[in-house]
Design a protein around this ligand. Structure first.
Ligand SMILES: *Cc1c(COP(=O)(O)O)cnc(C)c1O
Length: 415
């Protein structure tokens, strides 16, 4: 049949449909290194402009940190560019093992195995350690890659209402006849910036004999007093059986992920996880830089402390300007707008003011829950925050939403 005109036009129609639904994802090009002061071409084809970045996962400001870049150069010089092999053949270097050991020490777990991404870690873990006799019980708002990993696993699937511990308990009671029960949650939820109640979850896991798996991608490096993650913040270090996390956010932001936890679970990943067995792991240059990142965040909490203070300043600034925020204490600060078009229009206007933020709406968040998600970084200086607060206040006033409640905003703009 080949790629006939009929097939082509069917796909074109699909793409047009996405565009007509207002769901088309426009690419934007950054013409500089990733950081706070960046040059962005948006929309594609327009003149790039200087903006302040408030939408990256660069929580610790390490994406372009000179020491990290230098470590990457050294890695390139001493360990070369590529592995040209999966790990179980000949694709592991000493620096890969070094990084696993550093992550184990930092996260206070028993062992760690690297993957090319956290998506791969989530794709590999569940299938490697569970069978059809077991059940996975996941928070309903877990990340898409956790959902995909669960799909690949023959164990039974169930969910509990977001952070609803009574509902989780009910599910654990219902599944007492399964061989193993595994509770699965994100540590910090990316769209709302709220945290899982890991202390309660670990208590329930003890009571009902379940394992606990946490995807801590939006927490590793900065949540908790020493930045270890949600398990540190919730006082359950050593009680989470497996953590999956990414090196693509706070930890330098290039790429890579891992499963870190009970040594047997990690060993099962080495033996059975398909992304480990059939796909190359992280490139040496990225591993060398990540080793440096672990050194930095192990030596000092300076960056996560600054991030915490800046987040507080940012949140209070937006609140006193009269914005309606989602409550929370992570560097993810969602400005609630409810109406999808309003979120998009305001994000566009803020871009024109030199502030780079993104409006999120269905299907990324629930219908009627549109928002601009702002994200703070340790690399934001007070002057950046002040400039952004000024721009937010100006644009908020333009749309007459300052000091307005959810109901006021919905009454004015609809859902
Ligand atoms: C970003 C993210 C991932 C994906 O991480 P990659 O390493 O980029 O694949 C997985 N889980 C959660 C919760 C995330 O936020």
């Amino acid at each position: 049949m080949a790629y006939s005109e009929k097939v082509r036009s069917a796909y074109k129609e699909l793409i047009d449909g996405i565009r007509n639904d207002g769901l088309f994802k426009e690419e934007r090009y950054i013409h500089s290194e990733q950081g706070i002061e960046i040059k962005v071409e948006f929309p594609a084809g327009s003149e790039p402009r200087d903006v302040l970045n408030f939408c990256a996962n660069n929580y610790l400001g390490l994406s372009s940190h000179p020491d990290v870049v230098k470590a990457a150069h050294e890695g390139l010089d001493t360990r070369g560019y590529g592995m040209s092999s999966v790990r179980f053949i000949c694709g592991t270097q000493d620096i890969h093992r070094e990084l696993e050991e550093k992550l184990t020490a930092f996260l206070e777990t028993e062992d760690t195995v690297l993957f090319a991404s956290c998506l791969d870690a989530n794709a590999g873990l569940f299938e490697a350690v569970l069978s059809a006799d077991d059940v996975m019980i996941a928070d309903r708002l877990v990340h898409a890659s956790v959902v995909d990993g669960m799909r690949l696993c023959p164990a039974k699937h169930d969910t509990f209402k977001h952070s609803n511990m009574e509902h989780l308990e009910k599910k654990l009671q219902e599944h007492q006849d399964a061989r193993y029960r595994m509770i699965i949650t994100d540590g910090v939820f990316s769209m709302d910036g709220d945290m899982a109640k890991l202390d309660v979850i670990c208590d329930l896991a003890d009571k009902y004999d379940a394992m606990v798996v946490v995807d801590d991608s939006h927490a590793t490096g900065f949540i908790g007093k020493r930045g270890k993650g949600t398990h540190e913040h919730c006082g359950v270090l050593g009680r989470v059986d497996a953590i999956t996390t990414t090196l693509g956010k706070a930890l330098g932001g290039a790429s890579g992920g891992c499963v870190s936890g009970r040594s047997e679970l990690v060993e099962m990943c080495r033996q059975r996880a398909r992304p480990y067995l059939f796909s190359n792991t992280m490139a040496p240059v990225v591993v060398a830089a990540a080793n440096k990142v672990l050194d930095i965040i192990t030596a000092t909490t300076e960056r996560r402390d600054k991030l915490e203070a800046s987040t507080k300043y940012w949140r209070e600034g937006l609140e006193s300007a009269g914005f309606d925020l989602k409550a929370g204490d992570t560097p993810i600060v969602p400005v609630m707008l409810y109406n999808a078009k309003l979120a998009q229009d305001m994000a566009r206007d803020l871009f024109d003011e030199g502030i780079y933020v993104i409006g999120f709406f269905f299907p990324v968040v629930a219908k009627g829950q549109a928002r601009i998600r702002t994200q703070i970084s340790a690399a934001h200086e007070k002057e950046h925050l002040d400039k952004a607060l000024e721009a937010f206040t100006k644009i908020g006033a333009k749309y007459d939403i300052l000091g307005k409640s959810k109901d006021d905003i919905i009454a004015k703009y609809g859902l």
